[in-house]
Write a protein that binds this ligand. Structure first.
Ligand code: ME8
Length: 513
């Protein structure tokens, strides 16, 4: 049986339409999911929307619509975004679904049964934007007279009866877990932040609210709804159907939660504490990516520079957009986006380096090799060198993806594409056509074989265009997984190849056409 791999994105607040930050997280997680499937894993990939809480309620009030309508309207946009981005998620969870209510109430009961939940009065600072409580020393009063939390969002004073989760009791267990599992949080700087936050000591966490009812009722005390983060984090468990012991239950614990760097505390401190309390196994890894800035400026709805993922895809094409974000921004660090940067990268690396190499070599095969995979002669030093570097790519890619370093997976692949271009130019197959046709066949064969390896490996990043390239290379649909990258497998000489077509169009400015 194939090894299971369960990975998730954060679930987004549908208080507005999806923006590039949401698209970025989904594309990256999708690339990892596709990579794992091609590498033989039985993958479950989850994304969804986080629909309860104060922030949703306040937005709905401001827009003068019912909160459920706001959730429905925007959740549909998030689902549409997943389709438009070619996301291969196996499920899309909405926290307003019945299955989720049952899962949340069960985890609550288990935490209560462990003695980790008690009723008291809460008073403290709360940020609706972050849906987070902050200690007074994490906040500051600014010149405008308002108080702000550590992420720069305004906080207000809250005082009400509340259930508490005994987070303070988990400090030692959490620190022991980080110590014993150095890969639990990545990248390293995020892990260090988490460890120092927990070392400072943990305060019990208010986990219910009574001033509104847009949430999941606390079992046995329905005047309270659960704090939105108890509800939100549990989504990862809900989707495995942990209550019904069905087929998906075996996917828990999750192998990987991919999230943004602003919500590490919830995933690396609160979530494992809730699970320890409920007697459930902990996820294996939480990886935080950086933030995307539009030309270096932070994106936000209020600043008005939110880039719409739908127009991004319409403008540049899906695979170019997927490639750009994963190649341009080292995964885990902040990055910025600009029209010039995306055009440069896609034109130089996709259209020129990869697209032209495919176009030039495959159209020579179509013309001069009867449209069939050429029969190679004995390999010389140059052939062996490029076959050997391209043959080593899978192992390096696997190691990079297991650390979520998607950029580090891509760099060596594109180094091989550059090397293949030098090889092709240096061997001059067009000159060999008359002088040594057998040698020409070998050069074209080697180039096509390198393209096959590159195309198989790039499928997780650019599924549509690599499917096209593999079609042209006459690689059958069942010959595209990573098991086809073992040293004994190569293109079969003599196989008929479909007529080559351009894979990556150059981006041309609309006003210059
Ligand atoms: O935080 N660049 O939802 P959310 C990169 N509902 N990533 C970004 C980003 C940007 N500019 N802006 C946001 C929530 N993100 C909670 C999560 S999970 C149990 C609950 C990322 O809609 C952000 O870091 O504010 C998060 O991982 C995801 O988008 C959803 O953000």
């Amino acid at each position: 049986m194939a090894e299971r791999f369960y990975l998730t994105t954060a679930i987004s607040y549908p208080n507005g339409r999806p923006h590039i930050g949401h698209a970025y997280e989904l594309i990256a997680t999708d690339a990892i999911a596709r990579f794992k499937r091609l590498d033989g894993y039985d993958v479950m990939f989850l994304t969804g929307t986080d629909e309860h809480g104060m922030k949703m309620l306040q937005t709905a009030r401001a827009e003068g619509i019912a909160v459920r309508d706001l959730a429905d309207r925007n959740a549909a946009e998030f689902q549409r975004m997943a389709e438009v981005l070619g996301a291969s998620n196996d499920d899309f969870i909405r926290t307003t679904e019945e299955r989720h209510k049952l899962a949340c109430q069960e985890i609550w009961r288990r935490m209560a049964a462990s003695g980790d939940i008690y009723k008291d009065a809460y008073s403290g600072w709360y940020s609706v934007r972050d849906e987070a409580f902050y200690a007074e020393d994490e906040t500051e009063v600014r010149a405008d007279g308002n108080r702000y939390g550590p992420q720069g969002t305004q906080v207000t004073w809250v005082e009400e009866e509340s259930y508490f989760f005994r987070l303070s009791a988990f400090q030692d267990r959490l620190l022991a877990h980080y110590e014993a599992n150095p890969d639990f949080v990545g990248p390293a700087e995020r892990r260090n932040e988490v460890v120092s936050f927990v070392r400072q000591g943990l305060r019990d966490l208010s986990v219910s609210r009574t001033t509104f009812d847009w949430g999941i009722p606390v079992p046995g005390d329905e005047k309270h709804v659960m704090y939105v983060w108890v509800d939100a984090l549990t989504n990862y468990l809900t989707a495995t159907g942990f209550l019904d012991d069905g087929e998906r239950a075996a996917f828990w614990p999750a192998d990987l939660h991919v999230i943004g760097k602003d919500i590490v505390r919830f995933h690396a401190v609160y979530w494992p504490a809730f699970l320890l309390s409920a007697g459930l196994p902990l996820p294996k890894r939480v990886f935080a990516h950086g933030f995307l800035f539009n030309r270096g400026e932070k994106m936000s709805k209020s600043v008005g520079n939110v880039v719409d993922p739908f127009s991004l895809v319409a403008n540049y094409g899906l695979d170019a957009a997927r490639y750009f974000f994963l190649r341009e921004v080292p995964f885990g660090q902040d990055g910025s986006y600009s029209h010039e940067a995306i055009v440069n990268r896609t034109n130089s690396e996709l259209a020129n380096d990869l697209g032209n190499l495919a176009q030039r070599s495959l159209s020579m095969i179509a013309k001069h090799c009867d449209g069939r995979v050429p029969q190679p002669g004995a390999f010389g030093e140059a052939d062996k060198a490029i076959l050997s570097t391209s043959g080593a790519l899978l192992i390096a890619a696997r190691e990079a993806v297991d650390r979520q370093e998607i950029h580090a997976m891509l760099a060596p692949i594109f180094a091989v594409v550059a090397e293949a271009n030098r090889y092709f130019a240096g061997q001059e197959p067009w000159a060999l056509r008359k002088s040594d046709p057998a040698r020409m066949a070998t050069v074209l064969y080697v180039t096509a074989e390198v393209l096959r390896r590159v195309a198989i490996l790039l499928q997780p990043i650019m599924p549509e265009s690599m499917a096209k390239l593999l079609d042209i290379l006459a690689v059958a649909a069942d010959e595209r997984s990573f098991t086809e990258l073992t040293p004994d497998i190569r293109l079969e000489a003599g196989r008929a190849m479909p007529a080559p077509a351009a894979i990556f169009p150059r981006y041309v400015e609309p006003d210059t056409v």
